[in-house]
Ligand binder design. Structure first.
Ligand code: ZN
Ligand code: ZN
Length: 327
């Protein structure tokens, strides 16, 4: 599949032509431009945006893609390597260009694609020590682990990454707060309840991925799940319900929040429209009508969210730049 891209072409006369072109025709275009205007040098302006897509999310597998001008990351790798590759190729990206994979915890719906996607290619896998040990034991193959200590900040390219513990029945699960040139992204799935620490960490995020796992009544009345499994999901180290997510939102709502990605929906015990209604109603009650709600799906990637980078002003404040590229 050939993707379409918009490229600002800057000429010596300082005119800017917004050019939309098929990627494989770009070289021909530049050559022809040179033939027609031999005196004008052509340079391609660097892409100054941050792009985010949930490649797939739900109880059967989770992976998200985050790209800034200086780094390309996956957050979790719980879809098959083939599916991740296909989803990235549809956006003209490839797994080989990844700078790293952040892992939240070792459950299979977060790491099942890791062996095929990351081990052979040597893609750096970022995890805390307990999680890395468990993944190594499960997969029995060498990974290029980059071990971090939960709570310590580290950097990948132009991204600064903070992790924080979340209450979930895994060996040492974490959520992430990622400082990007376009603002802060928080990634928060697989948690039984929202703690004060979590609320403090994600409160400044402009983009929030938040678990909305199940509807309480649908899970209670589900005939296929044994009581022990229901108990595990309902527990304080299980999964966040739609109602629990809405209540948590009330604790962290702030003026800068712009996008919520509702994630990790149970296929049997939830419904995307119920999720949208629960979160939208809560935002209306909180007088936060400008927050966009994105409900994610197990098999369909979310529409890419493309945000322009923020430029530093003379006073040191960050302001939003005009997008150099927009799809
Ligand atoms: Zn889990
Ligand atoms: Zn999970």
């Amino acid at each position: 599949m050939v993707g379409r891209i918009n490229l600002p072409v800057v000429t010596a006369s300082a005119k800017i032509f917004q050019v939309q072109w098929h990627k494989n025709c770009l070289r021909n275009f530049v050559r022809r431009f040179h033939l027609c205007h031999p005196a004008l040098p052509v340079t391609l302006a660097p892409v100054e945006e941050v792009r985010f897509t949930i490649l797939g999310s739900g109880s059967a597998g989770n992976a998200a893609y985050l790209e800034s001008p200086g780094a390309r990351l996956l957050i979790d790798c719980g879809l098959s390597a083939k599916r991740i590759r296909t989803a990235l190729l549809e956006q003209n990206r490839t797994p080989e260009r990844l700078d790293g994979i952040l892992i939240t915890h070792e459950h299979s719906d977060h790491v099942s694609g890791l062996r095929v996607l990351a081990a052979k290619a040597g893609i750096p896998v970022y995890a805390n020590a307990h999680t890395a040990d468990d993944i190594a034991a499960i997969h029995q193959c060498p990974f290029n682990f980059q071990i971090f200590e939960t709570g310590n900040r580290f950097e990948i390219g132009d991204l600064a990454i903070e992790s924080f513990p979340v209450p979930h029945d895994a060996v040492d699960p974490v959520g992430y707060l990622i400082h990007t040139p376009a603002g802060q992204f928080a990634h928060l799935t697989d948690l039984g309840h929202g703690t004060r620490l979590i609320a403090d960490r994600v409160r400044a995020a402009e983009v929030l991925v938040l678990e909305t796992n199940h509807d309480v009544d649908l899970l209670k009345n589900d005939p296929r799940r044994p009581p022990s499994l229901k108990q595990r999901i309902f527990s304080r180290h299980g999964h966040l319900s739609n109602e629990g997510a809405a209540d948590f939102l009330e604790r962290i709502i702030h003026d800068n929040l712009r996008h919520i990605f509702c994630a990790h929906l149970s296929r049997d015990c939830n419904d995307p429209e119920m999720v949208r209604a629960e979160i939208t109603d809560k935002l209306a009650a909180l007088n936060a009508p400008n927050v966009q709600v994105h409900v994610t799906h197990q098999t369909t990637p979310s529409e890419p969210l493309v945000l322009p980078v923020k430029k530093m002003t003379e006073s040191g404040e960050k302001s939003v730049a005009s997008p150099a590229l927009a799809n």
